[in-house]
Design a protein around this ligand. Structure first.
Ligand code: NIG
Ligand code: FE
Length: 412
């Protein structure tokens, strides 16, 4: 099965195979081909170029993309898309004056989602989650990292990760699974945090590793959740099972979690709404990707990650959705990219780089996803007719995607 896309107004994010992430000044450039074609064979991009070199190329299907943009699908490196029910009551309570912390302190928040998930069967959880996965695919997401962390018991964490496995087997998009047992303290361990961390290390991790249910390990490193010491214990335990860390850090407070994550070679540090100069210094020269989640800032009305400052310091930046029932009930990466431009003052080039190649890096897949590169997976967005790529973030809230191709197949 082959597909030839012709007359592409702009083919975006054309990269050499050795580019696995872009940082600082490089993020300002989005390599583009005008009036281009692209050839897909099976699930792979095998050729592209300008239309004057397209003569003689044929395929099973030809798509005319006159006036349209073709670009890699979004790589959403941070989601909690597997969850049960919703938290619309938290939303209303916040409107009426409670804070995210107030809601958590009275036993709501993450622990509330955990209760719902514990009382939901694996099949029902799968059905609910699959609905969300289908909808983000239609919105152009071609790779998803999915975290556990709404189980908070061994059985429920494993249930979540099994659902992630089923999604991985049943859907063509790339999925990476992250174990986030240390997302909140379950009620039964309210007075015994060390006991819960022991449970994570001695029971959950070995079982999850034995069933090969996770690629990464995560901790919510935050005041009132897990401390630096707790985070370090879990990162070290994860290493014994070859689980690299991706850490929730600096969402509400900056207290050294970034330096700690860098010290342990974390693949990414995510949130960073509160960021100081020490944090920036710690990231310099590291392999750790800073990840901003602007839809979370939007929904909770908390500060936006200082993405401008991060990029201007010469660092890379990735953008992800954080899709979850509490702080971000949306997995729309088009909105993420717009919001990064509007609220974080990223240029369209920076935002698109952050949501494609750098997102792929933050989930360890940028050798095969995140750019238009020969040999990479044919995961593509074809837009509607638009004047230029600036128009995509500019038209916030509007769906400008006409077609999505995943693994070389047009999404129905
Ligand atoms: O990334 N901050 C921690 N975890 C999620 C929110 C979880 C929730 O409120 O259910 C986040 O924002
Ligand atoms: Fe999150």
């Amino acid at each position: 099965m082959s597909i030839l896309i012709i007359n592409i107004q702009e083919l975006l994010q054309v990269r050499e195979p050795n580019v696995l992430k872009v940082s600082g000044e490089e993020m300002k450039t989005l390599p583009t081909l005008q009036n281009a074609y692209l050839l897909i064979e099976k699930d792979t991009i095998i050729d592209f170029g300008t239309m004057d070199n397209c003569k003689g190329i044929t395929a099973d299907t030809t798509i005319d993309a006159s006036g349209k943009i073709v670009m890699p699908t979004w790589c959403d490196s941070h989601t909690h898309i597997v969850y049960a029910g919703n938290r619309e009551q938290d939303f209303v309570d916040r409107i009426n004056g409670l804070s995210y912390a107030d809601i958590a302190n009275r036993g709501g928040g993450i622990v509330n989602s955990a209760e719902k998930l514990q009382n939901t069967t694996e099949d029902a959880l799968y059905e609910q989650s699959v609905g969300r996965v289908k909808s983000v695919m239609k919105l152009g997401t071609g790779a998803l990292e999915i975290k556990s962390g709404y189980g908070l018991t061994t059985a429920a964490e494993i249930k979540m990760l099994r659902v992630v496995q089923r999604i991985k087997n049943d859907f063509p998009i790339k999925i990476k699974a992250t174990f986030l047992g240390a997302h909140a303290l379950p009620k039964e361990y309210k007075e015994n945090k060390d006991g819960y961390i022991d449970l994570i290390i001695d029971e959950m991790l070995p079982k999850i590793a034995e069933e090969n249910l996770a690629d990464y390990v995560d901790v919510f490193c935050e005041k009132g959740y897990f401390s630096l010491e707790d985070t370090e214990r879990i990162m070290e335990a994860g290493k014994k099972y070859n689980l690299v860390s991706k850490i929730h850090v600096n969402q509400f407070n900056a207290f050294g979690g970034i330096a700690l994550s860098v010290k342990h070679n974390a693949l990414s540090v995510d949130h960073l709404e509160e960021l100081n100069d020490d944090d920036i210094a710690a990231l310099k020269g590291s392999n750790t990707m800073p990840v901003a989640l602007p839809s979370c800032s939007y929904f909770l009305s908390i500060p936006y990650t200082p993405g401008r400052k991060i990029i201007d310091a010469g660092l890379p930046l990735a953008l992800a959705s954080d899709y979850n029932p509490g702080s971000t009930p949306s997995g729309n990466m088009n909105f993420v990219v717009s919001t990064a431009c509007i609220k974080m003052r990223l240029t369209p080039e920076e935002a698109i780089n952050a949501a494609t190649i750098n997102g792929a890096y933050a989930m360890g897949i940028s050798n095969a996803y995140g750019s238009i590169t020969k040999g990479k997976k044919a995961n593509l967005i074809i837009t509607k007719q638009v004047p230029s790529y600036n128009y995509l973030p500019y038209s916030f809230g509007e769906n400008l995607i006409e077609n999505v191709i995943i693994n070389g197949k047009l999404l129905e």
